[in-house]
Design a protein around this ligand. Structure first.
Ligand SMILES: [Zn+2]
Length: 273
């Protein structure tokens, strides 16, 4: 199946400038901050919004999963996917393998996944992982260089990239499901429309948030990185949006292009392509 357009929010993101420099995820965070501000109307709203926007929702989890000691942080990805979530991702992979032969069983497996735990981990922990690391890392600032000229990334180019990377995130290694069209097709096949519902992170399904396919510019445009395949790697949403605007050096991450993609067997996304 040919890759269709990427998720609309990513497309907007990608067209608005730097793919990893602007995160549409800031919007729901800011919205919830405003909702909180309403509850604390005695407080100066503006100060509250600014304050909440820069405080992770789940500091304890970030402290537990990353902590302040950068020597203990993973070098290949921002934050390790918790084992229970990784086990549920493997169940989705299993369900995808059954979707076209036994959709009922596939649906039942997907229904048994703890999607709420995935969602909470994505929104409250993974999205903050880059900021958390950059704030605590004692590294020299990466100077901006001349911005490179953007070149539209073709769908065939993305298809090749995902194939080359074995449909796995090159940072954390989780299997990616595909783009919105793949999710739609899979949701239709197993009759689970809730998989693709929602326009905000809070309203979206946990599997969608964790397994949506994306790509990351290893060197950002603001540092001269190009749109060529040599500068792109397949990334899951938690890694791509968690990385946010930061460079590898600022996050203490190794260059994912220096290691080969792991063997992913026959996995080619939710629709098997
Ligand atoms: Zn990842």
């Amino acid at each position: 199946m040919a890759l269709q357009e990427l998720e609309p929010s990513l497309r907007r993101n990608s067209h608005s400038g730097e793919c990893s420099d602007f995160s549409p995820r800031q919007f729901p965070i800011a919205t919830s901050a405003i909702e909180n501000a309403d509850r604390y109307s005695w407080f100066n709203n503006m100060t509250w919004v600014l304050y909440v926007s820069y405080v992770p929702k789940d500091v304890l989890s970030l402290q537990k999963h990353l902590g302040d000691d950068e020597s203990a942080w993973p070098k290949q990805c921002l934050i390790e996917v918790p084992p229970e979530i990784r086990a549920d991702i493997d169940l989705v992979v299993k369900a995808a393998g059954l979707a076209w032969t036994n959709p009922q069983i596939s649906r039942s497996i997907v229904g048994g996944v703890n999607a709420e735990a995935m969602k909470r981990w994505f929104i409250d922990v993974a999205l903050w992982s880059g900021s958390w690391r950059a704030e605590r890392r004692n590294s020299p600032a990466v100077t901006k260089t001349k911005r490179s000229i953007r070149v539209p990334i073709r769908q065939t180019q993305l298809q090749e990239l995902f194939n080359q990377d074995g449909w796995q995130c090159r940072y954390c290694g989780i299997p990616i499901g595909g783009n919105r069209e793949h999710f739609k097709k899979f949701a239709r096949q197993i009759e689970m429309p809730e998989l693709i519902e929602g326009r905000s992170d809070e309203a979206r399904h946990g599997i969608y948030l964790i397994m949506m396919a994306s790509y990351d510019h290893v060197v950002s445009h603001s540092r001269g990185g190009t749109d060529g395949t040599g500068n792109l790697v397949t990334a899951c949403w938690p890694c791509q949006f968690g990385k946010y605007k930061f460079e590898l050096l600022e996050l203490g991450l190794e260059d994912p292009r220096l290691r080969k993609p792991e063997n992913s067997g026959n996995w080619k996304g939710l629709c098997g392509n």
